[in-house]
Design a protein around this ligand. Sequence first.
Ligand code: GLN
Length: 494
Amino acid sequence: MSASDLTGLTLKGALDALAEKRVSAVELAQAHIDAIAVANPHLNAYVLETPDKALEMARASDDRRARGEAGPLDGASLGIKDLFATKGVRSTAGSKIIGEFIPPYESTVTANLWRDGAVMLGKLNMDEFAMGSSNETSAFGPVVNPWKTRGSNQPLTPGGSSGGSAAAVAADLCLGATASDTGGSIRQPAAFTGTVGIKPTYGRCSRYGIVAFASSLDQAGPIAKTVEDAAILLRSMAGHDAKDSTSLDVETPDFTSFLGKSPKGLRIGVPKEYRIDGMPDEVAKLWDQGVEWLKAAGCEIKTVSLPHTKYALPAYYIIAPAEASSNLARYDGMRFGLRELGNGTLTDVYEQSRAKGFGEEVKRRILIGTYVLSAGYYDAYYLKAQKVRQRIADDFDAVFQEVDALLTPTAPSAAFALGDRVSDPVAMYLNDVFTVTVNLAGLPGISIPAGVDAGGLPLGLQLIGRALDEGTLFTLGGVVEQAAAFRAKPERWW
Ligand code: GLN
């Protein structure tokens, strides 16, 4: 197979080719390393390339396979969001304050991938501390979306915060990638790049070794080329972990077994509050089309109400910054990365290190977070937001008595131009209007590429499921994927 045939494979296709000895893990890794070397100066998807490590892991994988000891992901070349601690490999969370930090330990999710035989190509760009929707808050500069609007040369955002993961998968710079989602950071970039992303149920994947943003919302998950690939990756990533007290002690099913199951009789809710003012026609149309596809597959469609939806975004932008302000207190110039000595007093080291080490958006979140937690404002903001959060979870509980899953758009628009919304945080936060509810309620959500807008840019549909019912999302996701027959790839300009 030629190098571009290799990078063009799906994860499943590559695993089959490896099993049938049509390709070696080393060849697969080398093809990706070469593709990254060409593309990365243009796309900026990787903040660290680890070709030597990739080849070493690939050689070990080929040896295992020769001995008949190959694991479920053996030889699969993956990219890792730079939020995951990787032992001996610089992990920055997209921030200057973590600097050149080299973790002496491995995150559980990545350890699970290596246990199953996967190969690491490098660390992927992201918004600083995963705060953002466009990858523009990264200390390493923005990622450029491999997609362009037809007839235009303007660089577009791949979405955020997992922009590097989404761009790398879309541009065939890895077979799949890890990502994380606190308010939409797996699903929105997946929608912006024509890839599949699933945020599993809170607690499905361990948070151990993942740089914390908002601990009660953060969840890891994969970004992949197909629904099946996402199912394969999630199975390896998930699992109980004693090192994370919120990790759920439940069996991890074989998620691929839900693909191809009949969706007949499944009841799908269409939440009326998600039809927001100003929703572009194309997004609304694709949503209607999605309903038709599921109906044609034998699902029953119901309009449902999630009455507290309009409070989700404000509640999220109180709770997430509150938790972030607490989590980020540890970056004080003493323990990690950057240290600015200032005038040499302890207070000045703290102040100067934090002033120089954090970017604008992170500072904004810390200020909001400390404000909403401060005496006098705590009840009015933080406590109120917590109550709203419970109401939102109750809304979902109520509709899941009547339906088995919900269908919504993933994001209110297709990818927008880099630079378009950086100066308007509220416009940026509006990107998350369909995704934050799912994190607030701890539910699983998947984004499937389902169509393109008038300019040829991908659009995603989101399916939301009951807690721990990722299986139904894979069944329905497979149906949408097949019906949409979305095979468009970005035209190569890099
Ligand atoms: N865009 C949202 C934020 O900036 C979500 C980010 C995420 O999911 N990590 O908070």
